[in-house]
Every structure is written in C-alpha cells, then in structure tokens.
Design a protein around this ligand. Structure first.
Ligand code: HEM
Length: 154
C-alpha cells in the first residue's frame, strides 16, 4: 500500500492512544461525524431520531462506535507483515459490501475520514509527518472500499 517502515511505526505508536479506550474514541469520532454531517445519522435505523445527548447513553451507539475502532485496530495490527495486503483487502472489502447494502455513499466515507483525521490529530497530537502517514493509510483503505463499490456497480 506504499507505507514506509517509518510511517507504519508512526501509525502504530500513535494508534496506541485511541486504541486504549476504543469505545470512548469511537464515540468521540461518531458524535462529531453526526454533529457535522447529520444526514448520516438517518442511515442508522435504531437511532436516527435520537439527539446527540441521547446517543451518548445508547448501548447500540456505543457498540457501533467500538466496531469502527476495532476494524481499524485489526487493520493496523497487520501493517508491516507479509499478510498485510491480503488481510486489508479482506477486512475493507467486507466493510464495503456490508455498507453498500445500507446505501452508504462515497461522500459519507469522505465526511467520516475528515472527522477521523481531525480527532486523531487532536487526541494524539499528530505532527505534520504523522498526519501525512495517517492520511495515506485511510486513503489506501478507502481505495479498497471504493474499488469494491465499483465492482458492485455502486
Ligand atoms: C471507516 C469506515 C467504517 C467502518 C470501519 C465501519 C464499521 C462498521 C462495522 C464493523 C459495522 C457492523 C458490521 C457490518 O455490518 O459490517 C458497521 C455497521 C454500520 N455502519 Fe459502518 N463503518 C464505517 C463507515 C460508515 C459510514 C461512513 C456510515 C454512514 C452513515 C456507516 C454506517 C453504518 C450503519 C448504518 C451500520 C449498521 C448499524 C446497526 O445496524 O446497528 N458506517 N460499520
């Protein structure tokens, strides 16, 4: 995927911070995602009518927040191994396929990317080089998602 050994080690080192509290980190990302881009909340049938304050105490919301972080965790653990390209392909094409069924657009993914990178930058105090490495990682996994969507005709 074109990440250097140094970029991989920067990603792994900074990821340790949000990964230590996956549910809280995921919630911070999702709450900001819905606050900034509320149309995305409508895709969640169980909490589309909730306010952000109600979401904060919803167990299903916590579960989804956790799932996003765990997906990244799984992907980041493979970085730097021989199995990484095949593992990333498997993890992210599965996300693409399950989300196509829910009508999630490329635009929604890009909105989420913006929020993820912003929150990581704040929480992990990323410098410019680390931000570039993270951008490269998310771009690479999004390439897999968007290519899978293309293949599915979406
Ligand atoms: C980096 C991107 C994302 C990751 C890693 C991710 C991860 C996940 C996972 C692991 C699940 C549950 C298992 C599955 O069905 O695949 C899920 C469900 C879901 N995701 Fe995402 N997701 C991402 C982006 C998005 C975006 C941009 C939206 C836009 C609204 C979204 C909306 C949903 C919805 C509506 C569900 C179903 C929730 C439920 O039924 O409780 N996801 N996601």
């Amino acid at each position: 995927m074109g990440l250097s050994a140094n970029e991989i080690s920067e990603i792994k080192a900074t990821w340790a911070i949000p990964a230590a509290t996956p549910s809280e980190s995921g919630q911070a990302i999702l709450l900001e995602f819905f606050r900034r881009y509320p149309a995305n909340l409508q895709k969640f049938k169980d909490f589309k009518d909730m306010t952000l304050d109600e979401l904060k105490v919803s167990p299903r919301f916590h579960a989804h927040a956790n799932k996003i972080i765990l997906t990244f965790d799984e992907a980041i653990k493979t970085l730097g191994t021989d199995e990484s390209p095949a593992a990333l392909q498997k993890i992210w094409s599965k996300i693409a396929t399950s989300h196509v069924k829910r009508g999630i657009s490329r635009e929604s993914y890009m909105e989420l990317k913006e929020v993820i990178l912003e929150i990581l930058t704040a929480v992990c105090k990323l410098n410019a080089e680390q931000q570039a490495a993270w951008d490269k990682l998310v771009t690479a996994v999004y390439d897999i998602i968007f290519k899978t969507m293309d293949d599915l005709g979406k």
